[in-house]
Every structure is written in C-alpha cells, then in structure tokens.
Design a protein around this ligand. Structure first.
Ligand code: NI
Length: 255
C-alpha cells in the first residue's frame, strides 16, 4: 500500500523551482495520495489548481490563523466558491495560533475560525485544524459544534485533550516532530489513539523528520514518521502505512 500524506503545502514558495518535478516523482516513490491545504485565498486557489493537475493530489481551502489579518467577506466568499471544486475535500487549514506575537488578535482569530467551521458544517466537509499554543480555546470552540468532524493537524495537546477529541470522532495528525528527541507528549498521545484515528502528515515544506530536521520536507520523508509510530504502536511500518492510508481516505471521503 502506498503512503497518504494528509497535509503538505506544495503550493508554498519553497517548491517554486521544482514543484512539478517533486509532485510528479511522488507516486513512483511510494506516495499515492496528498492533501494540500491552503492558508489564504491565493494559496487555496493554487492548491485547488494543483489538485486538478495531478491525479494523486487533493486540496483543502481555508484561511490560516497566521494569515487572517484583514480578511474580508470577499475572502470568505472566495473560499466558499473554491469548496465547490470537485477535488476540494476539506476546509483548512483553519484554527488558532497563539505562538507568534505578531499574529492577529485572539478574538479575531476566533471569529475567522468559527466562520469557517460553520462553512464546513453547511457544506458537510471535514476541517483541518491548526492549534498552536491554543489548546484550551481550540477545544472549547470545536465542542460548540457537535456535528463537526475532521483532524487536529500535528496534534500537540495533552493526552486528556486527545481523549476528548477521540471520543467525539476526531482524527489526530502526526508529523516530523514525533521523531525529535524532545517529543514528550507524542508517545503518550499515540498510545491512547486508536489505530483507526491516526493520520500521517509532513506539513511540507516544514517540519522535516530526523535525520533531515531543518531541511526542506516533502512527502518522500514520511516513512521516518511511519517508522516511529509503528514502533510506538507495536506494528510493522507496512501495517502503519496501510491503516493510515485507509484512515486518510475515510477522513476525506475518498473511499
Ligand atoms: Ni500546515
């Protein structure tokens, strides 16, 4: 079974010089499916366009909390319009980011987040959630929407938070940082996450796994994440690849 990278930003400028070549090379390298989430209107458009060009690429569209400053009704209308495209399978990435001081104010991030959650519910799409240093508020907000489904991308919350999400049907995304020496919570979270709720993500071009930490990431490095998770869950890398493939397809309605 090939690998499903459920979160990679091939629309990013870091791929400007070789985007076509990297994407074209993925299937032969064992990467069978990719979801490219947008971060603003322009990158969501680009992600949707890549999905139309490459059979193995799907897109999500949305406004990222770091990129939401000054976003307007016209931007939300553009995201809504993009959701109609055949290969757009989710709203994302959306959420809260309290890490960077220069990010938009928290209450504005929350408004933008809620508005896109409501869009996903209206269109019956899953969401891809970015939650950085905003665990309490992210959980509080998603719990306001019982029908909401999707994935917490690069999950970094506590095992208790994971439990709250898992019992409501959420998927958790695991990325390169699980291979870093300082990954403390990730093994505990992985231990309580059922096999059928794990998805694997690169977040390319960011967060390359060890031994490529600091370099540009792409989906071909995902086996390092698979290997670590397989070790923690006591299965073979092949089994982990297989189950995360099925999970990704179920999450994004690609079955
Ligand atoms: Ni991302």
């Amino acid at each position: 079974m090939p690998i499903f990278d459920t979160h990679a930003h091939y629309d990013a400028e870091q791929f400007a010089s070789d985007r076509e070549a990297v994407l074209t090379a993925l299937p032969a390298a064992g990467v069978g499916l990719v979801v490219d989430p947008g971060c603003d209107v322009a990158s969501s458009r680009e992600a949707a366009a890549l999905a139309e060009r490459f059979d193995h690429v799907y897109a999500a569209v949305g406004i990222h909390p770091e990129d939401c400053a000054g976003c307007t009704d016209a931007d939300f209308d553009a995201i809504r319009e993009l959701c109609r495209r055949e290969k757009v399978v989710a709203v994302g990435e959306i959420g809260l980011d309290y890490y960077w001081k220069e990010n938009p104010p928290r209450d504005f991030q929350e408004q933008v987040f809620r508005r896109q959650i409501e869009l996903a519910l209206e269109l019956d799409l899953p969401v891809i959630i970015h939650d950085r240093e905003a665990h309490g508020d992210s959980l509080r907000i998603v719990l306001d929407y019982p029908g909401l489904r999707g994935v917490f991308h690069c999950f970094s919350g506590s095992p208790e938070m994971a439990q709250e999400l898992l019992k409501r049907g959420w998927y958790l995304g695991f990325d390169g940082p699980i291979t870093y020496k300082n990954a403390k919570r990730a093994p505990e979270v992985a231990a309580i996450t059922p096999m059928d709720r794990i998805v694997i993500e690169t977040d390319a071009p960011y967060m390359a796994p060890v031994p490529f930490r600091g370099k540009r990431n792409d989906s071909r490095l995902l086996p390092y994440v698979v290997e670590k998770l397989a070790e923690w869950k006591g299965v073979t890398p092949e089994e982990m690849t297989d189950i995360t493939w099925q999970n990704g397809k179920r999450l994004f309605g690609l079955e």
